[in-house]
Design a protein around this ligand. Structure first.
Ligand code: EPZ
Length: 423
Protein backbone atom coordinates (compact mmCIF):
# COMPACT_ATOMS: atom_id res chain seq x y z
CA UNK A 1 0.00 0.00 0.00
CA UNK A 2 1.44 3.35 -1.02
CA UNK A 3 2.14 6.14 1.44
CA UNK A 4 2.78 9.85 1.13
CA UNK A 5 5.79 11.65 2.61
CA UNK A 6 5.24 15.30 3.51
CA UNK A 7 7.91 17.65 4.84
CA UNK A 8 6.81 20.89 6.45
CA UNK A 9 8.53 23.79 4.74
CA UNK A 10 6.72 27.10 5.07
CA UNK A 11 4.43 29.26 2.95
CA UNK A 12 2.81 28.00 -0.27
CA UNK A 13 2.29 30.16 -3.35
CA UNK A 14 0.78 29.61 -6.78
CA UNK A 15 -2.34 28.10 -8.35
CA UNK A 16 -4.21 24.81 -7.87
CA UNK A 17 -6.80 23.67 -10.45
CA UNK A 18 -9.96 22.23 -8.86
CA UNK A 19 -11.52 19.18 -10.52
CA UNK A 20 -15.13 18.21 -11.14
CA UNK A 21 -17.06 17.11 -8.05
CA UNK A 22 -16.77 13.46 -7.04
CA UNK A 23 -20.12 13.61 -5.26
CA UNK A 24 -21.82 15.17 -8.27
CA UNK A 25 -20.29 12.70 -10.71
CA UNK A 26 -21.35 9.74 -8.55
CA UNK A 27 -25.01 10.72 -8.89
CA UNK A 28 -24.79 11.95 -12.49
CA UNK A 29 -23.39 8.62 -13.70
CA UNK A 30 -26.39 6.49 -12.55
CA UNK A 31 -28.67 9.02 -14.30
CA UNK A 32 -27.63 7.33 -17.55
CA UNK A 33 -29.82 4.40 -16.49
CA UNK A 34 -32.89 6.62 -16.89
CA UNK A 35 -32.58 6.88 -20.68
CA UNK A 36 -31.88 4.65 -23.68
CA UNK A 37 -29.96 7.51 -25.26
CA UNK A 38 -26.32 8.45 -24.56
CA UNK A 39 -25.38 10.66 -21.62
CA UNK A 40 -21.92 12.29 -21.74
CA UNK A 41 -20.26 13.95 -18.75
CA UNK A 42 -17.38 16.39 -19.14
CA UNK A 43 -15.04 17.75 -16.42
CA UNK A 44 -15.25 14.36 -14.70
CA UNK A 45 -12.66 13.82 -11.92
CA UNK A 46 -10.03 11.07 -12.28
CA UNK A 47 -10.73 9.08 -9.09
CA UNK A 48 -10.98 5.46 -8.01
CA UNK A 49 -14.61 5.99 -6.92
CA UNK A 50 -15.45 6.95 -10.52
CA UNK A 51 -13.82 3.72 -11.70
CA UNK A 52 -15.90 1.78 -9.16
CA UNK A 53 -19.13 3.39 -10.39
CA UNK A 54 -18.04 2.63 -13.97
CA UNK A 55 -17.66 -1.05 -13.11
CA UNK A 56 -21.06 -1.10 -11.42
CA UNK A 57 -22.83 0.48 -14.40
CA UNK A 58 -21.05 -1.88 -16.79
CA UNK A 59 -22.17 -4.84 -14.64
CA UNK A 60 -25.76 -3.70 -15.29
CA UNK A 61 -25.14 -3.61 -19.05
CA UNK A 62 -24.42 0.07 -19.51
CA UNK A 63 -21.58 1.12 -21.81
CA UNK A 64 -19.20 3.55 -20.12
CA UNK A 65 -16.18 4.88 -22.01
CA UNK A 66 -13.59 7.02 -20.27
CA UNK A 67 -12.15 9.50 -22.78
CA UNK A 68 -9.64 12.38 -22.73
CA UNK A 69 -7.60 10.95 -19.86
CA UNK A 70 -10.77 10.27 -17.84
CA UNK A 71 -12.21 13.78 -18.03
CA UNK A 72 -15.03 12.69 -20.35
CA UNK A 73 -17.39 9.81 -19.56
CA UNK A 74 -19.45 8.70 -22.57
CA UNK A 75 -22.26 6.45 -21.32
CA UNK A 76 -25.17 4.57 -22.87
CA UNK A 77 -27.72 2.33 -21.18
CA UNK A 78 -29.58 1.20 -24.26
CA UNK A 79 -29.42 -2.50 -23.41
CA UNK A 80 -29.44 -3.21 -19.69
CA UNK A 81 -28.79 -6.85 -18.85
CA UNK A 82 -29.10 -6.89 -15.08
CA UNK A 83 -30.85 -5.06 -12.28
CA UNK A 84 -28.60 -6.31 -9.48
CA UNK A 85 -25.95 -4.15 -7.80
CA UNK A 86 -23.63 -6.70 -6.30
CA UNK A 87 -22.30 -6.59 -2.70
CA UNK A 88 -18.70 -6.91 -3.93
CA UNK A 89 -18.99 -3.47 -5.57
CA UNK A 90 -21.46 -1.78 -3.22
CA UNK A 91 -19.44 -2.60 -0.08
CA UNK A 92 -16.52 -0.63 -1.53
CA UNK A 93 -18.55 2.46 -2.25
CA UNK A 94 -21.85 3.45 -0.61
CA UNK A 95 -22.74 5.71 -3.53
CA UNK A 96 -23.45 2.52 -5.48
CA UNK A 97 -26.88 2.75 -3.85
CA UNK A 98 -27.65 5.60 -6.24
CA UNK A 99 -28.55 3.08 -8.97
CA UNK A 100 -31.62 2.08 -6.94
CA UNK A 101 -33.92 4.95 -7.94
CA UNK A 102 -32.98 5.02 -11.64
CA UNK A 103 -33.29 1.23 -12.03
CA UNK A 104 -36.70 1.21 -10.33
CA UNK A 105 -37.88 3.99 -12.64
CA UNK A 106 -36.48 2.48 -15.86
CA UNK A 107 -36.88 -1.27 -15.26
CA UNK A 108 -39.54 -1.46 -12.54
CA UNK A 109 -37.21 -3.53 -10.38
CA UNK A 110 -33.83 -3.40 -8.65
CA UNK A 111 -31.78 -5.56 -6.32
CA UNK A 112 -29.17 -3.50 -4.50
CA UNK A 113 -26.88 -4.74 -1.75
CA UNK A 114 -27.02 -2.80 1.48
CA UNK A 115 -23.66 -1.00 1.60
CA UNK A 116 -22.80 -2.15 5.08
CA UNK A 117 -21.10 0.20 7.48
CA UNK A 118 -17.99 2.18 6.75
CA UNK A 119 -15.39 3.91 8.88
CA UNK A 120 -17.51 7.00 9.52
CA UNK A 121 -20.80 5.37 10.36
CA UNK A 122 -23.50 2.73 9.92
CA UNK A 123 -24.79 4.42 6.77
CA UNK A 124 -28.38 3.01 6.85
CA UNK A 125 -30.80 3.37 3.92
CA UNK A 126 -34.13 3.84 5.70
CA UNK A 127 -34.63 7.34 4.25
CA UNK A 128 -34.08 6.03 0.69
CA UNK A 129 -36.58 3.20 1.30
CA UNK A 130 -39.26 5.50 2.77
CA UNK A 131 -38.92 7.93 -0.13
CA UNK A 132 -39.17 5.28 -2.85
CA UNK A 133 -42.04 3.48 -1.07
CA UNK A 134 -43.87 6.83 -1.14
CA UNK A 135 -43.71 6.52 -4.95
CA UNK A 136 -45.33 3.09 -4.71
CA UNK A 137 -42.22 0.91 -4.74
CA UNK A 138 -42.38 -2.36 -2.78
CA UNK A 139 -39.02 -2.88 -1.05
CA UNK A 140 -37.95 -5.75 1.17
CA UNK A 141 -34.62 -6.68 2.74
CA UNK A 142 -33.43 -10.22 2.04
CA UNK A 143 -29.93 -11.68 2.53
CA UNK A 144 -28.39 -8.21 2.85
CA UNK A 145 -29.94 -6.99 -0.38
CA UNK A 146 -32.79 -4.56 -0.95
CA UNK A 147 -35.28 -6.16 -3.35
CA UNK A 148 -37.31 -3.36 -4.88
CA UNK A 149 -40.07 -3.55 -7.44
CA UNK A 150 -42.69 -1.34 -9.00
CA UNK A 151 -44.45 -3.65 -11.47
CA UNK A 152 -47.02 -1.06 -12.51
CA UNK A 153 -44.52 1.81 -12.51
CA UNK A 154 -43.95 4.53 -9.93
CA UNK A 155 -46.64 7.04 -9.00
CA UNK A 156 -45.95 10.69 -8.09
CA UNK A 157 -46.53 11.57 -4.43
CA UNK A 158 -45.95 14.20 -1.76
CA UNK A 159 -43.21 13.02 0.65
CA UNK A 160 -41.41 14.75 3.52
CA UNK A 161 -38.02 13.28 4.49
CA UNK A 162 -37.28 12.93 8.21
CA UNK A 163 -33.73 14.14 7.52
CA UNK A 164 -32.36 16.03 4.50
CA UNK A 165 -30.35 13.05 3.21
CA UNK A 166 -28.25 13.81 0.12
CA UNK A 167 -28.39 10.31 -1.34
CA UNK A 168 -32.06 9.76 -0.57
CA UNK A 169 -32.88 13.08 -2.25
CA UNK A 170 -30.89 12.02 -5.32
CA UNK A 171 -32.51 8.59 -5.53
CA UNK A 172 -35.97 10.12 -5.08
CA UNK A 173 -35.50 12.86 -7.66
CA UNK A 174 -34.12 10.47 -10.27
CA UNK A 175 -36.93 7.95 -9.70
CA UNK A 176 -39.64 10.63 -9.80
CA UNK A 177 -38.57 11.91 -13.25
CA UNK A 178 -40.28 8.88 -14.85
CA UNK A 179 -43.12 8.41 -12.31
CA UNK A 180 -46.76 8.89 -13.30
CA UNK A 181 -47.82 12.33 -12.09
CA UNK A 182 -46.30 14.93 -9.81
CA UNK A 183 -43.93 14.39 -6.90
CA UNK A 184 -43.27 16.98 -4.20
CA UNK A 185 -40.22 16.18 -2.05
CA UNK A 186 -40.11 18.14 1.21
CA UNK A 187 -37.08 18.61 3.49
CA UNK A 188 -34.97 17.77 0.43
CA UNK A 189 -31.19 18.17 0.67
CA UNK A 190 -29.91 21.43 -0.87
CA UNK A 191 -26.30 20.49 -1.74
CA UNK A 192 -24.80 21.94 -4.98
CA UNK A 193 -24.37 18.37 -6.24
CA UNK A 194 -28.16 18.01 -6.22
CA UNK A 195 -28.56 21.27 -8.14
CA UNK A 196 -26.04 19.89 -10.66
CA UNK A 197 -27.95 16.60 -10.96
CA UNK A 198 -31.24 18.45 -11.60
CA UNK A 199 -29.61 20.66 -14.24
CA UNK A 200 -28.44 17.51 -16.02
CA UNK A 201 -31.83 15.77 -15.70
CA UNK A 202 -33.51 18.90 -17.10
CA UNK A 203 -31.21 18.71 -20.15
CA UNK A 204 -32.44 15.11 -20.51
CA UNK A 205 -36.04 16.34 -20.62
CA UNK A 206 -37.04 16.05 -16.96
CA UNK A 207 -39.46 18.62 -15.54
CA UNK A 208 -38.13 19.68 -12.12
CA UNK A 209 -38.41 22.88 -10.05
CA UNK A 210 -37.00 23.96 -6.67
CA UNK A 211 -33.54 22.37 -6.68
CA UNK A 212 -31.31 23.99 -4.06
CA UNK A 213 -34.32 24.65 -1.82
CA UNK A 214 -35.95 22.29 0.70
CA UNK A 215 -38.89 21.57 -1.62
CA UNK A 216 -38.34 19.97 -5.03
CA UNK A 217 -41.26 19.36 -7.42
CA UNK A 218 -40.94 16.81 -10.21
CA UNK A 219 -43.49 16.34 -13.00
CA UNK A 220 -43.04 12.78 -14.32
CA UNK A 221 -42.51 12.31 -18.09
CA UNK A 222 -42.72 9.20 -20.29
CA UNK A 223 -39.08 9.08 -21.24
CA UNK A 224 -35.81 11.01 -21.00
CA UNK A 225 -33.42 11.67 -23.90
CA UNK A 226 -29.63 11.90 -24.02
CA UNK A 227 -27.57 14.95 -23.06
CA UNK A 228 -24.08 16.28 -22.45
CA UNK A 229 -23.36 17.85 -19.06
CA UNK A 230 -20.33 19.45 -17.41
CA UNK A 231 -19.76 18.26 -13.83
CA UNK A 232 -19.82 21.10 -11.28
CA UNK A 233 -16.57 22.08 -9.48
CA UNK A 234 -15.77 19.99 -6.40
CA UNK A 235 -16.49 22.19 -3.38
CA UNK A 236 -14.86 19.73 -0.98
CA UNK A 237 -11.61 19.54 -2.95
CA UNK A 238 -11.83 23.36 -3.18
CA UNK A 239 -12.24 23.78 0.57
CA UNK A 240 -9.51 21.24 1.25
CA UNK A 241 -6.91 23.11 -0.81
CA UNK A 242 -8.04 26.49 0.56
CA UNK A 243 -6.75 25.19 3.88
CA UNK A 244 -3.24 24.62 2.50
CA UNK A 245 -2.22 28.34 2.51
CA UNK A 246 -4.33 28.78 5.64
CA UNK A 247 -2.27 26.24 7.59
CA UNK A 248 1.12 26.96 5.96
CA UNK A 249 0.94 30.67 5.17
CA UNK A 250 1.34 32.18 1.71
CA UNK A 251 -1.17 32.87 -1.04
CA UNK A 252 -2.81 30.31 -3.36
CA UNK A 253 -5.41 30.76 -6.11
CA UNK A 254 -7.86 27.86 -6.49
CA UNK A 255 -8.82 27.77 -10.18
CA UNK A 256 -12.53 27.14 -10.77
CA UNK A 257 -13.50 27.96 -7.19
CA UNK A 258 -16.64 30.04 -6.54
CA UNK A 259 -17.76 31.58 -3.24
CA UNK A 260 -21.28 30.23 -3.76
CA UNK A 261 -19.95 26.68 -3.30
CA UNK A 262 -18.25 27.28 0.05
CA UNK A 263 -20.16 30.10 1.78
CA UNK A 264 -20.37 28.79 5.35
CA UNK A 265 -16.81 27.45 5.17
CA UNK A 266 -15.42 30.83 4.04
CA UNK A 267 -17.21 32.58 6.90
CA UNK A 268 -15.24 30.38 9.31
CA UNK A 269 -11.96 30.95 7.47
CA UNK A 270 -12.51 34.73 7.61
CA UNK A 271 -13.24 34.51 11.36
CA UNK A 272 -9.99 32.57 11.77
CA UNK A 273 -8.06 35.38 10.06
CA UNK A 274 -7.79 34.06 6.52
CA UNK A 275 -8.45 36.34 3.52
CA UNK A 276 -10.57 34.88 0.69
CA UNK A 277 -11.08 36.89 -2.51
CA UNK A 278 -13.09 35.86 -5.59
CA UNK A 279 -11.08 36.47 -8.80
CA UNK A 280 -12.12 35.95 -12.44
CA UNK A 281 -10.28 32.60 -12.35
CA UNK A 282 -11.35 31.31 -8.95
CA UNK A 283 -10.71 31.98 -5.25
CA UNK A 284 -7.51 33.54 -3.90
CA UNK A 285 -6.71 32.53 -0.31
CA UNK A 286 -4.02 34.17 1.81
CA UNK A 287 -2.72 34.03 5.34
CA UNK A 288 -0.44 36.93 5.65
CA UNK A 289 0.47 37.16 9.29
CA UNK A 290 0.99 34.83 12.22
CA UNK A 291 -1.18 32.10 13.61
CA UNK A 292 -4.84 31.69 12.78
CA UNK A 293 -7.46 32.26 15.47
CA UNK A 294 -9.45 29.34 16.89
CA UNK A 295 -13.12 29.23 15.80
CA UNK A 296 -15.98 26.87 16.68
CA UNK A 297 -17.51 24.68 13.93
CA UNK A 298 -20.75 22.68 13.76
CA UNK A 299 -21.38 20.52 10.71
CA UNK A 300 -24.82 20.75 9.10
CA UNK A 301 -26.55 19.95 5.80
CA UNK A 302 -25.87 22.53 3.06
CA UNK A 303 -25.76 25.54 3.26
CA UNK A 304 -24.24 24.87 6.69
CA UNK A 305 -20.60 23.92 7.31
CA UNK A 306 -19.93 20.69 5.34
CA UNK A 307 -19.16 17.52 7.28
CA UNK A 308 -16.73 16.62 4.47
CA UNK A 309 -14.53 19.57 5.51
CA UNK A 310 -14.60 18.92 9.26
CA UNK A 311 -11.46 16.78 9.40
CA UNK A 312 -9.52 19.28 7.31
CA UNK A 313 -10.69 22.22 9.46
CA UNK A 314 -9.63 20.32 12.57
CA UNK A 315 -6.08 20.16 11.20
CA UNK A 316 -6.07 23.96 10.89
CA UNK A 317 -7.51 24.41 14.38
CA UNK A 318 -4.71 22.23 15.81
CA UNK A 319 -2.30 25.09 14.99
CA UNK A 320 -4.66 27.97 15.90
CA UNK A 321 -4.36 30.42 18.79
CA UNK A 322 -7.02 29.46 21.35
CA UNK A 323 -9.51 26.64 21.75
CA UNK A 324 -11.92 25.41 19.07
CA UNK A 325 -14.99 23.22 19.59
CA UNK A 326 -15.91 21.10 16.58
CA UNK A 327 -19.33 19.46 16.63
CA UNK A 328 -19.96 16.65 14.10
CA UNK A 329 -23.72 16.40 13.67
CA UNK A 330 -23.97 14.42 10.41
CA UNK A 331 -22.03 11.21 11.04
CA UNK A 332 -21.66 9.29 14.26
CA UNK A 333 -17.97 8.43 14.01
CA UNK A 334 -16.07 11.03 12.06
CA UNK A 335 -13.20 11.93 14.39
CA UNK A 336 -10.80 9.09 13.52
CA UNK A 337 -8.26 11.66 12.31
CA UNK A 338 -8.05 13.05 15.89
CA UNK A 339 -5.81 10.30 17.38
CA UNK A 340 -3.55 10.54 14.33
CA UNK A 341 -3.27 14.33 14.67
CA UNK A 342 -2.47 13.80 18.36
CA UNK A 343 0.52 11.69 17.31
CA UNK A 344 1.77 14.92 15.72
CA UNK A 345 1.42 16.82 18.98
CA UNK A 346 -2.12 18.13 18.58
CA UNK A 347 -4.19 18.60 21.75
CA UNK A 348 -7.67 17.21 21.07
CA UNK A 349 -10.30 16.00 23.50
CA UNK A 350 -13.08 13.92 21.89
CA UNK A 351 -16.38 13.26 23.65
CA UNK A 352 -19.07 11.70 21.47
CA UNK A 353 -19.82 14.08 18.61
CA UNK A 354 -17.74 16.92 20.03
CA UNK A 355 -13.99 17.49 19.68
CA UNK A 356 -12.30 20.27 21.67
CA UNK A 357 -9.03 21.38 20.09
CA UNK A 358 -6.47 23.47 22.00
CA UNK A 359 -4.17 24.99 19.41
CA UNK A 360 -0.40 24.45 19.69
CA UNK A 361 2.46 26.59 18.32
CA UNK A 362 3.69 23.87 16.04
CA UNK A 363 2.99 20.24 15.12
CA UNK A 364 5.70 17.63 14.79
CA UNK A 365 5.95 15.30 11.82
CA UNK A 366 5.20 11.62 12.56
CA UNK A 367 4.12 8.40 10.86
CA UNK A 368 0.28 8.45 10.76
CA UNK A 369 -2.46 6.32 9.22
CA UNK A 370 -5.32 7.37 6.97
CA UNK A 371 -8.64 5.88 8.09
CA UNK A 372 -11.10 7.41 5.62
CA UNK A 373 -11.10 9.75 2.66
CA UNK A 374 -11.29 13.13 4.37
CA UNK A 375 -9.21 12.08 7.39
CA UNK A 376 -6.37 11.16 5.02
CA UNK A 377 -6.18 14.63 3.54
CA UNK A 378 -6.42 16.32 6.94
CA UNK A 379 -3.22 14.46 7.90
CA UNK A 380 -1.50 15.74 4.76
CA UNK A 381 -2.53 19.31 5.61
CA UNK A 382 -1.13 18.87 9.13
CA UNK A 383 2.07 17.43 7.67
CA UNK A 384 2.49 20.47 5.43
CA UNK A 385 2.61 22.69 8.54
CA UNK A 386 4.48 20.32 10.85
CA UNK A 387 8.17 20.44 11.63
CA UNK A 388 9.95 17.50 10.04
CA UNK A 389 8.60 14.54 8.08
CA UNK A 390 5.12 13.02 8.15
CA UNK A 391 4.40 9.71 6.44
CA UNK A 392 0.70 9.09 5.77
CA UNK A 393 0.00 5.40 5.13
CA UNK A 394 -3.03 3.71 3.48
CA UNK A 395 -3.40 6.48 0.91
CA UNK A 396 -5.78 4.37 -1.15
CA UNK A 397 -8.39 6.29 0.86
CA UNK A 398 -7.02 9.48 -0.66
CA UNK A 399 -7.21 8.18 -4.23
CA UNK A 400 -10.97 7.82 -3.84
CA UNK A 401 -11.51 11.58 -3.71
CA UNK A 402 -8.40 13.54 -4.65
CA UNK A 403 -6.86 13.39 -8.10
CA UNK A 404 -3.14 14.17 -8.44
CA UNK A 405 -2.83 15.42 -4.85
CA UNK A 406 1.00 15.28 -4.92
CA UNK A 407 1.24 17.16 -8.23
CA UNK A 408 -1.27 19.81 -7.12
CA UNK A 409 0.49 20.53 -3.83
CA UNK A 410 4.01 20.33 -5.37
CA UNK A 411 2.79 22.97 -7.80
CA UNK A 412 2.49 25.52 -4.98
CA UNK A 413 5.79 24.64 -3.37
CA UNK A 414 4.95 21.80 -0.98
CA UNK A 415 7.59 19.15 -0.28
CA UNK A 416 5.51 16.04 -0.87
CA UNK A 417 6.07 12.73 -2.62
CA UNK A 418 4.28 9.41 -3.05
CA UNK A 419 6.19 6.35 -1.85
CA UNK A 420 5.21 3.34 -3.90
CA UNK A 421 5.04 0.00 -2.20
CA UNK A 422 4.05 -3.25 -3.79
CA UNK A 423 2.35 -4.34 -0.53
C1 EPZ B 1 -23.28 12.13 0.77
O1 EPZ B 1 -23.38 10.88 1.42
C2 EPZ B 1 -21.82 12.28 0.36
N1 EPZ B 1 -21.46 11.19 -0.54
C3 EPZ B 1 -20.94 12.23 1.61
O2 EPZ B 1 -19.60 12.45 1.19
C4 EPZ B 1 -21.36 13.38 2.53
O3 EPZ B 1 -20.59 13.33 3.72
C5 EPZ B 1 -22.85 13.25 2.87
O4 EPZ B 1 -23.62 13.22 1.65
C6 EPZ B 1 -23.35 14.40 3.73
O5 EPZ B 1 -23.13 15.61 3.06
C7 EPZ B 1 -21.84 11.26 -1.83
O6 EPZ B 1 -22.48 12.20 -2.26
C8 EPZ B 1 -21.41 10.12 -2.71
P1 EPZ B 1 -26.61 11.43 3.70
P2 EPZ B 1 -24.84 10.29 1.80
O7 EPZ B 1 -27.59 10.47 3.16
O8 EPZ B 1 -25.79 10.60 0.72
C9 EPZ B 1 -27.88 9.28 7.72
C10 EPZ B 1 -17.30 12.04 1.05
O9 EPZ B 1 -16.41 12.18 1.91
N2 EPZ B 1 -28.79 8.52 6.85
O10 EPZ B 1 -26.87 12.90 3.59
O11 EPZ B 1 -24.65 8.88 2.19
C11 EPZ B 1 -26.42 8.90 7.45
O12 EPZ B 1 -26.08 7.75 8.17
C12 EPZ B 1 -18.63 11.42 1.44
O13 EPZ B 1 -17.23 12.44 -0.12
C13 EPZ B 1 -29.77 7.72 7.45
O14 EPZ B 1 -29.87 7.65 8.67
O15 EPZ B 1 -25.18 11.16 3.08
C14 EPZ B 1 -25.67 10.11 7.91
O16 EPZ B 1 -25.52 10.05 9.31
C15 EPZ B 1 -18.62 10.88 2.85
N3 EPZ B 1 -30.60 7.00 6.65
C16 EPZ B 1 -26.62 11.26 7.54
O17 EPZ B 1 -27.92 10.68 7.39
C17 EPZ B 1 -30.52 7.06 5.28
O18 EPZ B 1 -31.34 6.39 4.60
C18 EPZ B 1 -26.24 11.96 6.24
O19 EPZ B 1 -26.32 11.01 5.23
C19 EPZ B 1 -29.54 7.87 4.70
C20 EPZ B 1 -28.68 8.60 5.50
Amino acid sequence: MDSILVTGNGPLNGQIPIAGAKNACLTLMPATLLSEEPLTLTNAPRLSDIKTMTLLLQSLGAEVSSLQDGQVLAMSSHDLISHTADYEIVRKMRASNLVLGPMLARLGQAVVSLPGGCAIGARPMDLHIEALEALGAEIELKDGYLHAKAPSGLKGAVHEMRFASVGATENMVMAATLANGTTVLKNAAREPEIVDLVECLRKMGAQIEGEGTSTIEIQGVDRLHGATHQVVTDRIELGTYMLAPAICGGEVELLGGRLSLVGAFVEKLNAAGIDVEETDKGLKVARKNGRVTAVDVTTEPFPGFPTDLQAQMMALMCTAEGTSVLEERIFENRFMHAPELMRMGAQIDVHGGTATVTGVEGLKGAPVMATDLRASVSLILAGLAAEGETVVSRVYHLDRGYEHVVRKLEGVGARIERIKSDG
